[in-house]
Design a protein around this ligand. Structure first.
Ligand SMILES: Cc1ncc(COP(=O)(O)O)c(C=O)c1O
Length: 429
């Protein structure tokens, strides 16, 4: 099929009429499909049910070092969980704090502590006139929600397949001491599925921020979430790279088992330098006596070690890979060559990012919704929910069944074609 921009007005009008007929057929199907959130599907949750048998009333809940997990204590997490999560995060267990059930909560807490108490003796951010964060875009809406909540000004930084625009990052952080942080999803990013190149990671580790309390918020949520055995992205480990670059305190790294076991009932962790750990623990000891050690032990007994976790991730991949491929196949079949959209082809993570023609994303999402398919709200991938070009849409293929997803992807591409044709026709008129 010809690119829409090369069609005559008559051709495009005929195309639109035909597309609308197809759309009405979908409307009659009374669909209720959801491609909005990056949630694992039921079969994915089922593969972790063995975790429920890892502990029972006969189990010995004593750790290797003699800690009784049923009782209070152990602020930074049990040693065997630190070893397991350390292997998952590629960090030394001594650099890790195991938290509770959500890494987002740890990120919120980290920003909150910097606001009220400052980082390593620096002025608390709440006492400063202005605090700013860099936000690679498109990005994760819940990151942006945290910084918005604390009144932190967010500055968008464009993403490329190599990662954020590092010329811009270097320039901004070296010139403006009000810039205190940057949100990063460095591997299989949300929503594009991009992984930062070696050069990007090296440049991050060598930043020379004007603010002494500038930190990289390195949310490695999808570190082991590969879709393929043979094609996997690789990421330089940031803590080690910062240490090599003489910048050991520059980064807070976050991860969790949310999309490995049960989201909301997994374990989360933070890895950082000894200085930063000491700073954090000063607060944390006033906040809690310790997190859920029984759940930490349950995860360790279920996986045994990182090899158990890697095997487990293969099972996830087997479930969700066909879903990613079904969406990409529908995009290719229905949109390739039309010049009305571009999309990413991730090798891992939870999302596909779709860029429509400028000014079309909101209308596409609305039209899909009218026929019963819910997408992530257009704009959600930008700070303040405002995509200046109104073009990015995050596609989350994991949750629906494969059949539902195929239907949803067909309808979505139909909506893209209708809205794009209408836009181009209105420009011709
Ligand atoms: C980049 C990123 N970070 C964090 C999370 C949430 O993690 P958690 O469940 O550990 O709070 C998500 C979930 O979608 C995510 O995409």
């Amino acid at each position: 099929m010809k690119a829409y921009s090369e069609m005559t007005k008559e051709e495009l009008s005929a195309e639109l009429e035909e597309l609308k007929k197809q759309y009405h057929k979908y409307q009659e199907m009374d669909l209720k499909l959801d491609m909005s959130r990056g949630k694992p599907c039921r079969e994915q949750l089922d593969i972790s049910m063995g975790m429920m048998d890892a502990l029972n009333s006969q189990a010995d809940l004593t750790c290797e070092d003699g800690t009784d997990c049923r009782n209070y204590g152990v602020l930074t997490g049990i040693q065997e969980a630190k070893v397991l999560i350390g292997d998952m995060m590629e960090n030394n267990p001594d650099n890790i704090i195991i938290y509770g059930n959500s890494s987002l909560n740890v990120m919120y807490d980290t920003v909150s502590r910097a606001m009220t108490h400052g980082i390593l003796g620096n002025t608390p951010w709440c006492k400063l006139d202005k605090v700013k964060f860099l936000c690679p875009v498109p990005g994760y809406d819940r990151h942006f929600a945290i910084t918005e909540y604390f009144g932190i000004e967010m500055i968008p930084v464009p993403m490329s397949p190599e990662g954020p625009d590092m010329d811009m990052v270097e320039k901004l952080v070296s010139e403006d001491d009000a810039i205190k942080g940057i949100w990063c999803v460095p591997k299989y990013s949300n929503p594009q599925g991009y992984s930062y190149s070696d050069e990007t990671v090296r440049r991050f580790a060598r930043l020379k921020p004007a603010a002494k309390d500038f930190r990289i918020f390195w949310d490695n949520a999808y570190g082991i979430h590969h879709l393929y055995d043979d094609q996997q992205d690789y990421l330089i480990e940031i803590l080690a790279e910062c240490k090599r670059a003489g910048n050991p305190d520059l980064v807070y790294k976050f991860a969790s088992t949310s999309k490995i076991t049960f989201p909301g009932s997994g374990i989360a962790a933070l890895a950082t330098s000894p200085n930063n750990l000491e700073d954090i623990l000063k607060q944390m000891k006033n906040q809690t006596i310790g997190h859920d050690k029984v759940n930490q032990l349950r995860h360790v007994r279920f996986f045994k070690d990182i090899h158990g976790m890697t095997e487990h991730m293969r099972k996830h991949a087997d479930i969700i890979r066909p879903k990613f491929e079904a969406v990409l196949e529908a995009f290719d079949r229905n949109l390739a060559g039309l010049g009305i959209g571009e999309w990413t082809k991730p090798k891992g993570g939870y999302f596909i990012s779709f860029d429509a023609l400028p000014g079309c994303a909101k209308s596409i999402v609305k039209l899909a919704k009218k026929a019963g398919v819910t997408m992530t709200g257009a704009g959600a991938t930008w700070p303040y929910g405002k995509d200046p070009e109104d073009k990015n849409i995050r596609v989350a293929p994991t949750y629906p069944t494969l059949d539902d997803l195929k239907t949803a992807a067909e309808l979505f591409t139909l909506c893209v074609r209708i809205i794009s044709a209408e836009k181009l026709l209105s420009e011709m008129n």
